[in-house]
Design a binder for this molecule. Structure first.
Ligand code: SF4
Length: 278
């Protein structure tokens, strides 16, 4: 009986390129390793006959923006949430090996795309601090090390940790404070008006939210992400500045209401109101 050829020749030569590269990478400093990785990628492209992927270079921002969603569960139930309500109660979360491989694949993909020069990595849930504390205790510094390595090699890279600040495990405060001065770390927290239901009846948990912002304190970047519903519009910009800047918010950005999950119904509501105004 003839042996079945499981791998075509091309795959074997790809494997040997990788194996040779692994040996060659041992004992090199980071810049040399990055250069070697770049050569490996070029070799892979040649062997696999892949053309460099490159969009037309007329972009205003040459950024690769990526997001890893580590878990879907959340302890809030915002009306505009981008996740289907039933999925917010799912307890499964990403395992450590998959998370790390995702980060590595993102970095590899970034190196493959000639049209981008700047990498942004977001992590979010659901609520990311509902992950077991030990996951982020290991993987937050690990991720920041990858981000620092890229920056040290001249690749502008930023990392955003998104949270609603309603962690259940108080050790998260110390963990975030331990890394808050990392020059490429941004902690992003969303803020919405009363109509979102995010802060409970009569904004009951809003004081806790403010206290946690104060406790995070002086961060490299503490970004208040405004979800632009009617409540935020009614509060107005001066309220946002007066309430948050003195508590440590360094940046304010606006986010859209995503037309997915329960946000879909919210968007329909906005559109209906808009039509009435028209
Ligand atoms: S919008 Fe964010 S904080 Fe609100 S329910 Fe969805 S994941 Fe949770």
């Amino acid at each position: 009986m003839q042996p079945v050829q499981v791998f075509p020749k091309q795959v074997f030569s790809r494997i040997s390129v990788i194996a040779n590269a692994r040996e060659a990478l041992t004992g090199l400093n980071f810049a040399e390793r990055e250069h070697s990785r770049f050569c490996v990628v070029q070799n892979l492209r040649r062997v696999m006959k892949i053309k460099n992927y490159s969009l037309p270079r007329n972009r205003s921002i040459e950024m690769m923006s990526t997001t890893i969603s580590t878990n879907l569960n959340c302890n809030m139930a915002c009306k505009h949430c981008y996740i289907q309500p039933e999925l917010l109660r799912i307890k499964e979360y990403i395992d450590e090996a998959t998370y790390r491989r995702c980060v590595e694949v993102i970095i590899e993909a970034f190196h493959l795309d000639d049209s981008v020069s700047y990498l942004h990595l977001d992590v979010l849930g659901g609520e990311a601090t509902l992950m077991p504390y030990e996951f982020w205790e290991r993987n937050l510094p690990w991720t920041l090390d990858r981000v620092s390595e890229l920056n040290n090699a001249g690749v502008q890279t930023e990392f955003t940790f998104c949270s609603n600040l309603m962690w259940r495990d108080d050790r998260y405060l110390d963990l975030l404070r331990a890394h808050r001065h990392h020059p490429s770390m941004d902690i992003a927290i969303s803020f919405e008006g009363q109509e979102s239901g995010r802060f409970g009846r009569n904004m009951a948990i809003f004081p806790k939210f403010l206290k946690r912002i104060e406790a995070l304190g002086d961060c490299n970047m503490l970004n208040l992400v405004l979800v632009m519903g009617q409540g935020i519009i009614d509060l107005g910009p001066l309220y946002i500045i007066d309430t948050f800047v003195k508590r440590g918010i360094t940046d304010v950005t606006c986010d859209m209401v995503f037309p997915w999950g329960s946000g879909k119904a919210c968007c329909r509501g906005f559109l209906a109101r808009q039509r009435r105004v028209d």
